[in-house]
Write a protein that binds this ligand. Structure first.
Ligand code: ZN
Length: 562
């Protein structure tokens, strides 16, 4: 029949028309049989700055959503980032893509662009503009233009038929954009000026369903509210206030915190306080559920996705530290927030129809003041003074001049020509290395040639720094601090490969997942490939593995706990 048809073009066209009309449309509208095991919905959740050990430390107080994840999910207790720059943009990009910063390109939250001689933020895009859901926001827009691979979200959209639709919400643009990909159906984040926004890269105009939620739920309703402990004071660990606390934005150094700014009406300080409270996490979860329902996310014959990043813990952790009542309370409240959120998904999508992946973009170091009080070798490398010291060391090797263009995170970007001049003189380079290594808190220093060559078989830390290195965006000299030292003048931070920064939770739950505690090594790079496997899509360039031991479709998967 086919041969005959090929000789008769009219018949071929007719056959094609019949095929398209009769067969293709219904097939396209239904998942193939292999898709039966695919979830209707993937829920990708990142909790900004959640250390892996917070689960062990605080889970006895969780009774709702976090409890459900730990008790009913597949909990990978040793999940650790395999790279050094454990910062927000890098972590979310890694979760979103399944690969590492040297591949996806999001090496830091911001890097020095040698061509334009400017610091650029990871998701900044000068060709895009900000679309505000409230007051005007006069900044350039954001996009995923700098990401060098695709996200799981992109592939759900591109490979499935009907296309998987993605919605995403967070406080931070860099967190939600890197999870929700290049063409989300709806995406929003909170601008520092105090309004929800999106970018012209994702939407020509405000999404009506988001605008409607915001109109019904003004952030300003929380003006004048107090954030107090959810449980009695004696239910909290550690001293209060914590040693080393550095509250900003009008907060006091201990709970309760009155969110009232300085004025009789919501002002900038109020919006800063609101972002540093559990109220923003609760708002984001409620917004996601509402918009998902309105857009019928998870209700079509494909795999959709909700991407959420909860940032209150990061804001609070930087100021109050991992040993604070504030951090413990954010976790208690996130447990309740996620309990309501999952209950909403059970109602909308059905208990057995969605799969959750839960992780964090990085952990956090204790305050150096606290570590010192515990007798540890710890301290602060003051960025400005440290830059001056390195400038002086370079001057002694290269002669008078200004040799450092910019110091960001751990990276020294040298003036044009300076690096080539330095490596052309091996003895001068060695003197520079020795002098920088001798500075307080500094463990080692690597050159860009070291990191490009990646010959670190005997130096696991060097290899992890290489995993965060991309020549076009990284510095010429990259330093590494000793454990419990941070390069920051106040508060605390993260951004090393040490366990407190790199060990994070990794929990899968729901359709296709066998619950249990899994002690095998795992990485957040494993999340996207595992979810891609469940949804039957292929990622182009992953480092992570499919976490087969937790998959119900794996005959080897361990039996559920009774
Ligand atoms: Zn972060």
């Amino acid at each position: 029949m086919r041969i005959v048809s090929l000789r008769q073009p009219v018949t071929v066209l007719s056959a094609a028309a019949i095929t398209l009309g009769v067969f293709h449309a219904p097939i396209a509208a239904q998942r193939p049989p292999s898709g039966d095991r695919a979830p209707k919905l993937i829920v990708l959740i990142a909790v900004d700055q959640m250390r892996g050990d917070y689960v062990e430390r605080f889970q006895h107080q969780w009774t709702h959503g976090l409890h459900r994840l730990v008790s009913q999910g597949a909990w990978f207790r040793q999940a650790t980032y395999p790279y050094a720059n454990t910062v927000t943009c890098a972590g979310h990009s890694t979760i979103g893509t399944g690969t590492i910063p040297s591949v996806h390109g999001m090496i830091l939250n911001a890097w020095w662009d040698r061509a334009s001689r400017k610091t650029v933020n990871c998701v900044d895009d000068e060709t895009a503009s900000t679309i505000s859901y409230g007051k005007p926001v006069p900044t350039i827009g954001e996009s995923l233009a700098t990401l060098r691979t695709t996200t799981l979200a992109d592939e759900l959209r591109a490979q499935l038929s009907p296309s998987g639709r993605v919605i995403g919400f967070s406080l931070k643009a860099r967190s939600v954009i890197t999870l929700s990909g290049r063409r989300p159906a709806a995406v929003a984040w909170f601008d520092d000026l105090g309004t929800w926004v999106t970018s012209s890269a994702f939407s020509k105009a405000a999404v009506p369903e988001i605008a409607d939620f915001i109109a019904r739920n003004p952030v300003e309703r929380d003006f004048g509210r107090t954030w107090d402990r959810a449980l009695p004071r004696d239910a909290y660990l550690f001293d209060d206030p914590a040693l080393g606390v550095h509250p900003t934005k009008g907060m006091t150094n201990a709970l309760p915190h009155l969110l009232k700014g300085t004025a009789v009406e919501p002002d900038q300080q109020f919006y800063d306080q609101w972002q540093t409270s559990p109220m923003i996490d609760d708002y984001i979860a409620r917004m996601a559920l509402d918009v998902a329902e309105r857009l019928k996310i998870g209700k079509t014959p494909t795999t959709d996705m909700i991407a959420l990043s909860f940032s209150a813990l990061d804001k609070v952790g930087h100021d109050f530290g991992p040993h604070s009542h504030e951090v413990q309370d954010v976790m208690i409240r996130l447990d309740r927030t996620l309990g309501d959120f999952f209950a909403g998904l059970d109602r909308l999508i059905g208990l057995d129809n969605y799969t959750v992946a839960f992780s964090a973009d990085h952990g956090v170091a204790p305050f150096p003041e606290r570590s010192l009080a515990e007798g540890l070798d710890a301290g602060r490398v003051m960025p400005a003074a440290f830059t001056g010291q390195v400038e002086k060391i370079l001057g002694e090797a290269l002669g008078p001049g200004t040799w450092v263009d910019r110091f960001l995170h751990t990276d020294f970007y040298l003036a044009p020509g300076a690096y080539d001049k330095l490596i052309a003189q091996p003895s001068a380079l060695e003197r520079v290395r020795t002098a920088i290594r001798a500075l307080p808190g500094i463990r080692d220093v690597y050159t860009r040639d070291d990191l490009i060559a990646d010959r670190f078989d005997d130096d696991p830390m060097g290899r992890k720094i290489a995993h965060s290195f991309l020549a076009a965006r990284s510095g010429d000299l990259v330093v590494s601090v000793k454990p419990y030292w941070i390069i920051q003048a106040t508060g605390t931070t993260h951004g090393t490969a040490f366990g407190y920064d790199a060990h994070v939770p990794l929990i899968l739950m729901g359709k296709g997942i066998v619950r249990g505690e899994y002690l095998a090594p795992a990485e957040p790079t494993d999340i996207a490939p595992t979810l891609a496997f469940l949804a039957s899509v292929t990622l182009p360039n992953v480092r992570g593995r499919v976490l087969t031991e937790a998959l119900a479709s794996n005959p080897q998967a361990r039996k559920p706990r009774s």
